[in-house]
Write a protein that binds this ligand. Sequence first.
Ligand code: F0G
Length: 475
Amino acid sequence: MLLQAHSQNANRTDLSHQRCINPACGATYETHSIRTSCDRCGELLDIAYDWDHLPVPEKLSDFEAMWSQRTNPIRFSGVWRFHELLPFAPQDKVVTVGEGQTLLQQADAVGEFVGMDAGKLHLQYEGMNPSGSFKDNGMCAAFTHARMMEAKRAACASTGNTSASLAMYCSTTRLMKAIIFIGSGKISYGKLSQALDYGALTVQIAGDFDDAMLRVQQVSKQLGIYLVNSVNPFRLEGQKTVMYRVLEALRWEVPDWIVVPGGNLGNSSAFGKAFMELKQLGLVDRIPRLAVVNASGADTAYELYERRGVRWNGGHIDFDPIRQHNDRMDREHLKADTIASAIEINRPVNLKKCLRALDVMDGVVRQVTDQEILDAKAKVGAGGFGCEPASAASVAGAKLLRREGVIAPSDRVVCILTGHELKDPTATVAYHTTDQDLFNRVLASRGVSKASYANRAIAVPNELDDIIKAIQLYS
Ligand code: F0G
């Protein structure tokens, strides 16, 4: 049963506020205000709740009662059926398009590839969201806040999925107009086609994601446009629910590992906050470990956390190695480069929140090559529902951690598959192709030398006998 004692408070916005993540500052701001950083010290913001006066469930399985209320759009949503764990908005402001109907699959074939015992590897398919990626979890939360603020225009910089999600929420709800910033040539066609089709104003910057991210922040500030990138703390509230659904699918048992690709580091940050709060509320008795997986061509989190030893350290982060790393990237004109275009990011905006998540979840960071990513992706396709390249970084990362002995074969591991298979067909076709030019152009140029798990199409003349012979030979 949900606690009823304080239910009259469920719609009160003064029971949540925005709070600076820097403990030395701790400035707070009304929920009912728009900001993406602390006015006082410039750090990121969190949403904090007055849990003592909010109706919080006694145990996680109480949320199962919501399944029987699926005719209510809020309880149909895989995000808002956990409203009590992100209670910043009154119910009548909640925006939903039915996001979060995602699946956790026990994937033994992929588990074997990773080196796990049978029954131990699970894939969480966030590509099953309406716009085809996990972003919808966060976008409905950002839209809810934007609706509370009566915003009319929303903007984001994107490697493709945030923009697809923003554009879709704008086209379906008609609450705001979408303005998206993308780096030129840095977005897969699947994602670009969504933004265009949904009618977003699409601004192609002569630069990469990191350039677009900087510009969109400047432009949003100057023109008073609502920013929906993951510096928006409300977005990350929605992304916490990925963890709630994982727990739900595991019948509320906490797994040993959550493995997630790292780009702008919003997901990892949100997952850390989710478990911090669940622990604080006494809803879980332990916290899983976190593995954040970078592509080796965009490895800032790995470089800072594993090589340079940067830690959350109770909020007292040593900024010198971060500054040195950024200066080096500037000096040497280092740009992110990976086939996993979704995580082709060198300056992750949520770095500090991610450091906190790694602290809370006893985390590790790893980097994997494009070769490893594409091999893992082929295995996810052959043993599951498929995913886009960035998502497969989680499986490649789990395999690496198994090889290192950090993950044991008997551990229960959940890899988050962040985006749908069809987001980036070019990468998939180039891997499986017999067309050497295509392979060279798309993959060999990124150091991918072989396609060990390719499933190649067979070419046959348009003759019945030849077709039958070929099928008998290959099947
Ligand atoms: N996987 C996919 C499919 C993504 O689209 C992204 C980020 C990530 C992983 C990384 O997640 O930023 O939370 O660490 N895509 C953003 C975008 C940057 O613009 O669509 P993160």
